[in-house]
Each structure stands twice: as structure tokens, then as C-alpha cells.
Design a protein around this ligand. Structure first.
Ligand code: ADP
Ligand code: GN1
Ligand code: MG
Length: 371
């Protein structure tokens, strides 16, 4: 079934979920690559408009939506507790799941699509690119704080929503398999990119080996820390809420740091086709490092601090490899908007990796300045 077909019963979901007020309209919303997201509005008797986010969960990627929603309910309940303790705004500083009329946290419709809804967080923006260094700094504080807030959350209670999500060597194996199978006969056209990855097989193992030997600790992490997974308050410019909690799982702090750098400290967008525009903006790297360490409040170990730049390099390499793998397999994972879109995204990531390789010393010096 196509994504459009999966969304065709949205009316059932609107009926099943316990939204307050009279239905007004719904529109597609945001620019995520994975779920189908809608902004939906309901009118109250007093004329006020209630807004919600309604999402069709991508159950081809998240194979167990029930476990996924249990994670999200547990994590958001925990966060609400922590936010309330510090007298924060529990309706804006964490996601709030809207139950179904039957009291569940999601709805499965008659064609097998899974739906969930959240309170819409108003007067806040998610950016697809960093416009102001201050926004990037604030996102760093929020992602660091998110990890810090969850430091006492029981990691054993979390389901692994996508097993081996940031296991880079496993991703490499999947990539090699895709080149061998070459189902779309696209491998011949991307020999340069394939070679790029083959030359870097060894470096991909570094973090997983440190995890195995205990040099890097396993923490509860977000695992998808790109700039558009954070909402920035329109008025104050502060980070309001970390969103897109589908991949909250045990993981590495340096990967949360790294994925943000990959997306936000690129001088170009994730899918820029003019590769001369792509590079690591070292000032933005510095802003993010500063903010992330403020948010983490001293909870990172010396090895984690040492390896932050490597986290950025590896997340960029891994993401480029995932885009290339999806391109080779026929673009089934990441939503594409044009022919060759995943290949464009891959090339952008690889160009950024090369620039990071040249700037590793500079990155290390910046981390040393703020640790
Ligand atoms: P995906 O996994 O597809 O990236 P997200 O959960 O990140 O899906 O949602 C897509 C976009 O929808 C976000 O980038 C953000 O702009 C918007 N969004 C999601 N949840 C909310 C919310 N509770 N309030 C306001 N905007 C939201
Ligand atoms: C996806 O869901 P979204 O658009 O925030 C992906 C991330 C990638 C990112 C690349 C569950 O993130 O891992 O880094 O695209 N999420 C999943 O833009 O695979
Ligand atoms: Mg997202």
C-alpha cells in the first residue's frame, strides 16, 4: 500500500480520537521523512480553536506501534513529572498524547494504518535549516537537557523501536548487501559513493567497540536530534520542546550530539545539489558544543567529551550510507520529493564528512574550550 492509501481513512482516526470541539479542518504539516503528519483544528463553543497534531505512524519502519506508543507514554509521563517539579509548563515542554475515546494511546483503522495525536504546541517553530546561531545554541541546550532529564529513567523499560538503529557496522553490512543485490540496477552509477564507504569501513567500528568495552556508557538518548525535531518559541527564541520521540532508546550521547551537527552545522541543506555549498560551519559547531554541554550539566564522561567530534563524523557518514542504501533499494524508507533525492542527500552527507575529516583538530580544540 502507498502512503497516500494508508492515509485514506484519516476520517476514522479523527472520529476515534478524543479531540475536544467541533471538527474544522486538517492539513499536511511539517517536513519529516518518516511519518505522515497533519495539523487538525477543532472549534470550541466559546469560539476558541483547539489545534492538534495527528500522525499516521509509519508501521513499515516501526514494526511494533504498540511498543512504540508505550515508550512514548512512559517517557512523556516521566518528563511531565520532572517538568512539574521545576514548575515548567507541562503542556508545552513535553509532548502530550491525546487518548482515543476508548482510552488507548493510538488507533488502528480498518485498513491497518496506525494513528496517534498530540497537543499542538503553538507559537513555536521547527526549522529545517539554522537561520540564527542563537536558535542552534538553544536547540543544543534542549537536546542536552533532554538527555539529562532522562538520566534516571529506567532504560530497561524501553522497547527497542528499531533494533540496531545507530549500529554503524550493521548499517554497513546492510549497505554492502544492497550493493550486491542491486535490485534497481543503480550500483553502476554510484561507484564513487560505494568506494567512499568501503574506504571508511574501519572508522565505522570505533564507537560500537567503545560501547562493548565499556569506554562509552549506554544512556537513554533521542537518536534523531535534527533541528526540525525541536520546537523553538517564536517570542522568546528559547527551545520549548523536544519532539519526534519515536526513536528514544538506549544509545550513545555522542550520537545525539553528532546528528544535530550533521543537520544543523552544515552550511547547506541536507539535500543540496550544489556540493560547493556544503561544509561544516565551525562557528555553528562551537555554538552547539557550548549549548549541549550547558544542557547536559556535567553529566558526560571524559571519553564522551573526547569523542563528540567523532560522533558528528560518524552520524554524518552513517546517515549518508543510509540514504545511499535506500537509493539502491528503490527509495522505500525515506520519503523522497524528486528522482534521485536520496542520492543527492547521500552526496551532501559525504561532502560534509570529507570536510569534517579535515576539521577534526579544530573541532577537538573547541570541545576542549568548553569541557
Ligand atoms: P517525522 O518522524 O516524520 O519527522 P515528526 O514527529 O518529527 O515526524 O513531526 C513532523 C513535524 O511536525 C515536525 O518537524 C514539527 O514541525 C511538527 N510537529 C510534530 N509534533 C508537533 C507538536 N506537538 N506541535 C507542533 N508541531 C509538531
Ligand atoms: C529521519 O523522522 P525524521 O525525518 O525526523 C530518520 C533519521 C535520519 C533523518 C535524516 C526513524 O528523521 O534517522 O537521520 O530522517 N528517522 C528514522 O533526515 O529513521
Ligand atoms: Mg521529525
Amino acid at each position: 500500500m502507498t502512503r497516500e492509501e494508508y492515509c485514506s481513512r484519516i476520517g476514522e482516526a479523527i472520529e476515534a480520537i478524543d479531540f475536544q470541539g467541533e471538527y474544522v479542518d486538517h492539513v499536511r504539516y511539517g517536513s519529516g521523512h518518516i511519518n505522515d503528519t497533519f495539523l487538525i483544528r477543532f472549534q470550541q463553543v466559546d469560539g476558541m480553536m483547539n489545534k492538534y497534531i495527528l500522525q499516521r505512524m509509519n508501521h513499515e519502519i516501526f514494526k511494533n506501534p504498540d511498543q512504540l506508543m508505550r515508550n512514548i507514554c512512559n517517557v512523556t509521563a516521566f518528563l511531565r513529572g520532572r517538568i512539574a517539579e521545576t514548575h515548567g509548563d507541562v503542556d508545552r515542554e513535553t509532548m502530550n498524547v491525546i487518548d482515543t475515546k476508548e482510552g488507548g494511546s493510538y488507533y488502528k483503522d480498518t485498513i491497518g494504518a496506525y494513528w496517534r495525536a498530540y497537543l499542538f504546541i503553538d507559537d513555536a517553530i521547527s526549522y529545517d535549516q539554522v537561520n540564527k546561531p542563537e536558535d542552534f545554541y538553544e536547540s543544543a541546550v534542549s537536546f542536552g537537557r533532554f538527555q539529562h532529564l532522562l538520566k534516571d529513567f529506567n532504560a530497561d523499560s524501553l522497547f527497542e523501536t528499531i533494533p540496531d538503529f545507530h549500529n554503524t557496522p550493521m548499517r554497513f553490512k546492510a549497505f554492502v548487501k544492497a550493493t550486491e543485490e542491486d535490485v534497481c540496477r543503480r550500483a553502476a552509477g554510484v561507484q564513487k559513493e560505494i568506494e567512499f564507504l568501503l574506504q571508511r569501513e574501519q572508522v565505522m567500528k570505533v564507537c560500537m567497540e567503545h560501547l562493548k568495552t565499556g569506554k562509552l556508557p549506554l544512556r537513554v538518548t533521542h537518536n534523531d536530534t535534527k533541528m526540525n525535531n525541536i520546537l523553538i518559541d517564536k517570542t522568546t527564541g528559547k527551545g520549548v520542546c523536544v519532539i519526534d520521540l519515536d526513536t528514544v532508546m538506549p544509545g550513545l550521547s555522542i550520537f545525539d550530539f553528532g546528528d544535530s551537527i550533521r543537520f544543523g552545522a552544515n552550511t547547506a541543506t541536507e539535500d543540496e545539489t550544489d556540493l560547493s555549498k556544503v561544509s561544516l560551519n565551525i562557528e555553528l559547531f562551537e555554538q552547539f558544543t557550548k549549548g549541549f554541554l550547558v544542557g547536559c550539566q556535567g553529566s558526560l564522561t571524559e571519553t564522551e567529551l573526547d569523542m563528540l567530534p567523532m560522533g558528528a563524523l560518524l552520524m554524518t557518514l552513517e546517515c549518508g550510507m543510509r540514504f545511499l542504501t535506500d537509493y539502491l533499494q528503490g527509495d522505500h524508507y525515506f520519503r523522497i520529493h524528486r528522482e534521485g533525492h536520496n542520492l543527492d542527500r547521500c552526496r551532501t552527507q559525504f561532502t560534509l564528512v570529507e570536510d569534517m575529516e579535515h576539521k577534526l583538530d579544530q573541532m577537538n580544540r573547541i570541545v576542549d574550550r568548553y569541557r
